[in-house]
Ligand binder design. Structure first.
Ligand code: MG
Length: 370
């Protein structure tokens, strides 16, 4: 039984191209499966989350990060009585539009596009992937996903100005997205904030002492763990603490969202959509703790000297390849040359680069520039 404020699959606004119902999977389950079977989904395996493979094979990449976000999302959506199938599909698709080389690659692409009066946005790119680039069906381009999944791709992490994005008018930009979509931004945060502490420690770019001193919520749970397991090795105390932090954030997201829904008198999906605020949220105290973890990671990990070299390489590779294909469009693969007839060349070059894995873009760079 779903809550009244959940998305009911029977009420879906459907697909662009009507399809025969499946005998034993509902439309959101089919969408989840279409995402899993997409080429762009498999490429997430070789896209940097924070660390490149140079550090270790144990670290998260975008694919394992995505699976972790899906796990957290299923838990939270289930506990809130939301549509778990829809929420899971949205979690699995949430990073599909990310270019190679993590945040550095995204920033480089956006800078190059802005210099030409355009921009790069990973949510909009993910929509292009599922609407157009994936080619699996004879009857249509793209994955023909339901409205609710496409809407969630666009609206899960931010609001788009309807005046600036007339092409997104069908996604009712003046309304909040359903809770299943609102959750994703926060389960994504829980996933990477805890995972990056873990990988950062493993990479020896962070120390336990540094994390204890810099992340108050971590220190709080570490003290509890020390009392329970005084003789345990530090690494296991760390794991126990991180697990407690993870649980604390996830539990708060569930209880606080539930309270906010009650306090706001929200009963139906229409109420969720019409409310001026997003309802999925941590309580203010936990929100401050989340922000402290994030600030700590920015200061000590994402912008650390140790990762600066890789980021510079990423920026250089993206920038030089972009310039190369802008000057030599005939060197683009045939299908992208065809696209250049319908879209501006910078957009086509940007699409080509954004789809690449870390491995493939490095291979292109070495082929063309060495
Ligand atoms: Mg993510």
């Amino acid at each position: 039984m779903l809550a009244d404020y959940a998305v009911q699959v029977e009420d879906s606004r459907g697909r662009r191209f009507p399809e025969t119902p499946h005998p034993y999977r509902n439309p959101f389950q089919r969408d989840r499966d279409r995402v899993i079977h997409a080429r762009a989904f498999r490429r997430l395996e070789d896209k940097t989350q924070v660390f490149t493979r140079r550090y270790s094979d144990h670290f998260r990449n975008r694919l394992t990060h995505t699976i972790e976000v899906a796990q957290i999302t299923r838990t939270v959506a289930g506990a809130l009585g939301l549509n778990v199938d829809l929420a899971e599909a949205l979690a699995l698709v949430h990073d599909l539009g990310h270019p190679p080389f993590g945040h550095a690659g995204e920033k480089a692409l956006d800078t190059l596009m802005r210099a030409r009066g355009l921009f790069f946005d990973h949510n909009l790119h993910a929509l292009r992937i599922v609407e157009d680039f994936e080619q699996r069906y004879a009857a249509f381009r793209g994955l023909n996903l339901t409205f609710e999944v496409r809407e969630g791709i666009i609206k899960h992490s931010r609001d788009y100005d309807a005046a600036k994005h007339p092409e997104l008018a069908e996604y009712v930009l003046d309304q909040r997205p359903p809770l299943e979509a609102q959750l994703i931004d926060l389960t994504d945060e829980i996933g990477y904030n805890t995972a990056d502490l873990d990988d950062g420690l493993e990479a020896h770019l962070l120390t336990l002492e540094q994390i204890r001193a810099g992340v108050p919520v971590f220190e709080h749970f570490f003290r509890e763990v020390e009392q329970t397991y005084p003789g345990a090795p530090d690494k296991l105390k760390f794991n126990e603490t991180l697990k407690a932090v993870f649980d604390h954030l996830t539990g708060d997201l569930i209880t606080n969202t539930r309270e906010r829904l009650q306090q706001s008198g929200i009963e139906t999906l229409a109420d969720v959509r019409a409310h001026k605020d997003r309802m999925a949220a941590f309580n203010p105290e936990v929100e401050a703790q989340r922000q402290q973890i994030k600030d700590f990671l920015y200061e000590n990990l994402y912008y650390s000297v140790s990762l600066a070299g890789e980021k510079d390489d990423a920026e250089r590779i993206v920038t030089e390849l972009f310039a190369f294909w802008m000057q030599n469009p005939s060197a683009l693969p045939h299908n992208y040359q065809e696209k250049a007839g319908q879209e501006s060349l910078p957009r086509v070059v940007c699409d080509y680069i954004a789809g690449m894995t870390d491995h493939f873009i490095i291979e292109q760079y070495e082929k063309l520039f060495s």
